[in-house]
Design a protein around this ligand. Structure first.
Ligand SMILES: [Fe+2]
Length: 462
């Protein structure tokens, strides 16, 4: 019996430190640097055929989930912007899109097609063909989300800071093989890392589009802009921020009365997803702030109980990288998220994993003082999943001791899933790349802030 207890104690000491906060996992699962996959990798291969559509990707095309934006690139000539789509027993229908293109320094993009399919049926498998009438067409399929409702189950995937390294490929494969079955991926910014190449070599935007097509052509990815989407390079005459991203990735921002593709909302099943931009103005009276102030009171938690906010730069981060970068936005917006009882906030940017307790730090005013994260049943849980596997590698340095508000942190590449079961409960998992596909490294049942507003986590805060 004694030896069994010693063994258990040893196991606990091996995986975790005892400290002021929650769990710091010390297991370093990736010692080598992350390397970009070379340009001739099979995952980057262009499809065969003259002017074949490539980089096919989809995202939700309206506010309710009855629309889908289908996008792709052709390189030989403009070709057809038509998408033909049908259900298993239904008639074929067609939608016609538009072409855009852009120049970035010496790079000239291909012909970028965006076509919105409207008035789709909920919860239905659609087959679709891109480039109908052109020289080469390609076929894919997707499933529309179920009709919005308070107890509609739905599973989201979460990936941040993906890049295009061997580790990125591991992360995407683990997401694809995860038996939780993510139906829509929430991408919390930093996509291709093309800006790390000389003159922001936009060829790397193309390779990234071909790399993720295997998932992104079959299920919607919801886009958040990160710092690697800014592509602001005045030294080479590129002074329009977000130029490659905004040409390549269209989002349904107008459907939520947003004036910018960098902040918007979508309803999916029982969730209301709000996308914010860490790299657009968020001061008082700015467009993003006015939009958010108008948006939050509109969320009907009887229809969509789960209120989820996505951003790139985390507000709560106990790694040594990007310290305080999210602080100014936190000061501006945190009180709003607490007031409207946001359930969860997901961010990336820091290349590691961290989950907070349910906390807020909104008491501070210059004249009163008092500034400390405290347990708050009205506040969100903050989760950083910037661990997609990009070329910049893991953030291994942590601030010690672990802050009280930090429930779990680990410097490993991976992804997360959020499986909403009904209006009261959602099952959340984080997966490491080094584990088997169905191994869960961190797991919590979240309780909805409106329908079951009691604590779900053993608090480490006093
Ligand atoms: Fe970032």
């Amino acid at each position: 019996m004694i030896s069994r207890c010693c063994y258990l104690l040893l196991v606990v000491i091996t995986v975790a430190d005892f400290c002021d906060g929650g769990v710091t996992s010390r297991f370093v699962r990736k010692l080598q640097e992350s390397r970009d996959m070379p340009l001739d990798s099979d995952v980057f291969r262009a499809p065969p055929g003259y002017n074949a559509p490539q980089q096919v990707h989809i995202t939700q095309g309206d506010h309710e989930g009855k629309g889908m934006i289908v996008s792709w690139v052709t390189v030989d000539e403009p070709g057809s912007s038509t998408v033909t789509y049908w259900t298993r027993n239904g008639q074929k229908r067609s939608a016609h899109g538009r072409i855009t293109s852009y120049k970035y320094y010496t790079y000239q993009s291909g012909y970028i097609h965006h076509c919105t399919l409207k008035n789709l049926q909920h919860d239905m498998k659609y087959f679709y063909e891109v480039g109908t009438g052109g020289n080469t067409t390609r076929r894919f399929w997707f499933k529309t989300p179920p009709e919005v409702g308070p107890d509609v189950p739905f599973t989201f995937g979460l990936i941040g800071d993906l890049g295009q390294t061997y580790d990125s490929n591991d992360t995407l494969t683990h997401y694809e093989k995860n038996s939780m079955g993510g139906q829509t991926l929430l991408v919390v910014g930093d996509l291709s890392y093309a800006d790390r190449y000389p003159n922001h070599d936009n060829v790397r935007w193309d390779t990234w589009g071909r790399f993720v097509e295997r998932s992104n052509a079959y299920q919607p990815w919801i886009w958040v802009t990160g710092n690697h989407e800014i592509d602001f390079a005045p030294e080479i005459g590129e002074t329009k921020p977000f130029k490659p991203f905004t040409h390549r990735y269209h989002v349904p921002h107008r459907a939520s009365n947003s004036t910018s593709p960098h902040w918007y909302s979508v309803k999916i099943a029982s969730a209301y997803i709000i996308v914010l931009s860490s790299y657009s103005a968020y001061g008082e009276y700015t467009p993003q702030t006015l939009w958010l102030q108008d948006e939050l009171p509109k969320v009907n938690r009887s229809q969509t109980p789960w209120l989820i906010v996505l951003m790139h730069s985390p507000w709560y981060n106990s790694y040594a990288d990007h310290v305080m970068e999210g602080e100014s936005m936190r000061v501006m917006y945190e009180w709003l998220l607490v007031r409207y009882k946001v359930d969860l906030v997901f961010a990336g940017h820091v290349h590691a994993y961290e989950r907070s307790e349910r906390i807020s730090n909104i008491a501070y005013r210059v004249v009163y003082g008092g500034c400390r994260p405290v347990l708050d049943e009205n506040a969100p849980v903050y989760i950083t999943v910037g661990d997609g596997g990009n070329v910049e590698g893991l953030s291994k340095n942590m601030i010690e001791p672990q802050p009280e508000y930090s429930a779990y942190r680990e410097a490993s590449f991976g992804h997360a899933t959020l499986s909403i079961r009904n209006r009261t409960h959602a099952f959340y998992n984080w997966h490491r790349n080094q584990d088997g596909y169905n191994i869960v490294a961190d797991s919590v049942w979240f309780h909805n802030r409106i329908w079951t507003p009691y604590s779900e986590i053993l608090p480490s805060l006093k």
